[in-house]
Design a protein. Structure first.
Length: 497
């Protein structure tokens, strides 16, 4: 099956990190002190123990994945989930383009505003299923969902580690981030709708869509709660109403014991301060509510947990294998050797190279930004580079995740849709090249103004788009000729009868 191709790809990358550690001298950066030229090979036994480290690193994400598995297993037990997918598809059957556009911008803006890459993971299977139900191909479904999420993250307005390490605020690069996000989301939408085959005609008239209203309401409320929970209201708007309200609830005491903490729990945080373990808890609560509303028996709930766990395991393995890649590079010191080779002077080229390679080998953004940006700050002689490096790193790193052989979110979607990494690359590479060039133009303008580089790349982009349109037009003509020939064959058969 194609989905097992993903584990082979990750295994090859892990093997590469082991082999390179025997030949490339490592660099250690500790408390600002830099030690170079020490070979620190990663043995196979070290790789095993790095897998355990990966397990501890991603424990919160693993719990989140398990909660998603439980959530969808219960949805299946209600026997209404397929009806929910069909119901939404049926409503947009004559406005397919509108649904795809809504999904692209909802997911893109969600990751852009929250600064979180995995927040929308819980809703991606649903959106992918609806898009497939509308007749779109697997590549279009993955691009519309995971692609949009990654593109939105490329221009994220809130990047905690970037701001913390480089002493920046959410207002730095704000205009360019907004432009980058909107332009790339529009480019992605154009790629999906213009440069892909037309969606197949699907008959949805016989689909059973009864009694799905409660699920529609629950999914809608869940999405709203996620937005409320992950948008940093205080940093964006200086709004502290949610934190004050929670303080008031926790402040109500009986015998010096908080009533709220005793009943609900002390780990509950206010809207705007959610993280993945809060979302996992929310999903479990919503899952139980769905089970109660649709009268799922207790034995079936237990069975659903087992099914959800079993289905979640391959995704957890993908996560752990991707984690081994960056842990191998970190422990061997090879990653910092690479960073220090380009960090002496910080400009568009060196920053892009550091960001791109980090996107290939460091698939988790929180660790990628910490190690890359701190490595640069400890070893560069440049000054006043912080704002430029922040937006370049964020944009290029995120775009590389579209094609990276360790991209966790992309591999999750490929696993779900049973698409091989090779097929995905065949589908997405043209968009990746255009998006990368567009991003470089915007980044060049953001850091140096509209200079010669931006002009040259802009002309190149226009040329590539024209070539793509001409190629697309040729394919449309060929498809039209095929349809005419098929119609002629049908007419010939009818006349013979």
């Amino acid at each position: 099956m194609k989905k097992y191709n993903l584990f082979k790809i990750l295994g090859i990358v892990i093997l590469f990190t082991v082999i390179i550690s025997y030949f490339v001298p490592g660099t250690i950066i500790s408390y600002g002190q830099v030690s170079k030229d020490t070979i620190m090979p990663v043995a196979l036994t070290d790789t095993f123990f790095n897998g355990l480290t990966s397990l501890s690193v991603f424990v919160t994400t693993i719990v989140y994945i398990l909660s998603i598995g439980f959530f969808y297993a219960i949805l299946d037990k209600t026997e209404k989930y397929d009806g929910l997918v069909a119901s939404v598809a049926k409503k947009f059957s004559k406005r397919k383009t509108l649904f795809v556009a809504l999904v692209v911008f909802i997911l893109g803006l969600l990751s852009a505003i929250t600064g979180q890459l995995y927040v929308a993971l819980f809703i991606l299977p649903f959106f992918i299923s609806v898009i497939r139900k509308l007749g779109y191909g697997k590549g279009a479904a993955v691009a519309s969902t995971v692609g949009a999420t990654i593109i939105g993250f490329a221009g994220s307005l809130h990047t905690y580690y970037n701001n913390q390490i480089l002493s920046l605020t959410v207002t730095d690069n704000l205009l360019y981030k907004i432009v980058l996000t909107l332009v790339l989301l529009l480019a992605l939408l154009a790629f999906i709708l213009v440069f892909n085959k037309k969606p197949e005609k699907v008959d949805l008239s016989k689909e059973n869509v009864s009694k799905t209203l409660p699920l529609k309401i629950i999914m809608g409320v869940l999405l709203v709660l996620v937005v409320l929970g992950f948008v940093p209201w205080g940093e964006y708007f200086g709004f502290d109403g949610f934190s004050k309200f929670l303080e008031m609830l926790k402040g109500a005491e009986v015998a010096k014991v908080s009533i709220f903490n005793a009943i609900v729990g002390s780990e509950i945080v206010e809207f705007g301060a959610f993280d993945l373990h809060n979302l996992a808890l929310l999903l479990v609560v919503v899952t139980i509510v769905i089970a109660i509303i649709y009268r799922v028996k207790f034995n079936e709930v237990i069975n659903a947990f087992g099914i959800g766990f079993r289905k979640a395991v391959p995704y957890i393995v993908i996560l752990l294998l991707a984690g081994i890649v960056f842990i191998n590079l970190y422990t061997s010191g090879v990653y910092y050797t690479f960073v220090t080779a380009f960090s002496e002077k910080i400009n568009l080229f060196t920053s892009s190279v550091i960001s791109g390679v980090t996107g290939i080998f460091y698939p988790d953004y929180s660790y990628a930004s910490q190690f890359a940006l701190s490595g640069v700050s400890y070893t560069t002689s440049a000054t006043g580079y912080e704002a430029s490096l922040a937006i370049i790193f964020q944009a290029i790193y995120s775009l590389v995740l579209l094609v990276s052989p360790t991209s966790i979110l992309v591999f999750f979607a490929l696993r779900f849709t049973d698409v091989s990494y090779k097929d995905w690359m065949k589908y997405i590479w043209k968009f990746f090249i255009i998006a990368l060039l567009v991003a470089l133009v915007i980044l060049s303008i953001a850091t140096k103004g509209f200079g010669l580089f931006a002009i040259i790349v802009s002309i190149l982009i226009i040329g590539l788009v024209i070539l793509a349109l001409l190629d697309h037009n040729k394919r449309l003509i060929k498809e039209a000729k095929k349809e005419v020939k098929e119609e002629e064959k049908k007419e010939t058969k009818k006349s013979k009868k």
